[in-house]
Design a protein around this ligand. Structure first.
Ligand code: AMP
Ligand code: ZN
Length: 103
């Protein structure tokens, strides 16, 4: 839990955000400003500012498995995944997340 991290607060349940999917490693919720009809964020429960700060191979694998699990759950076979790393690449929230965009 990092102070002043919006995604840590969401994970902590501070905003009553609905989780589309959750397991021991990650949560998935809807992006508040969707850029596609389906726009989900796959977010590790531990705080890592970006992909550059996460070296845990198991958790890195779990995040991609989480993408597969949530898309399977909602019946989305075709989708795009995006990870923005660093301000210049457009990262706005500095808690690692994978965008899942579909339809
Ligand atoms: P990025 O630019 O990769 O850091 O993406 C951050 C994403 O988080 C953006 O698409 C925002 O719309 C989304 N976002 C920011 N705050 C919230 C929130 N409270 N709930 C859901 N999505 C959020
Ligand atoms: Zn965080």
């Amino acid at each position: 839990m990092a102070e002043d991290c919006i995604f840590c607060k969401i994970i902590n349940g501070e905003f009553n955000t609905e989780f589309v999917y959750e397991n021991e490693h990650l949560v998935v919720f809807k992006d508040i400003h969707p850029k596609a009809p389906i726009h989900l964020l796959v977010v590790p429960k531990i705080h890592a500012a970006s992909l550059n700060e996460l070296d845990d191979k198991n958790l890195l694998g779990e995040l991609l498995l989480g993408v597969k699990e949530v898309t399977k759950k909602i019946g989305l076979n075709s989708y795009r995944t995006v990870i923005n790393t660093g301000k210049e690449a457009g990262q706005e929230v500095f808690h690692l997340h994978i965008h899942v965009l579909g339809k």
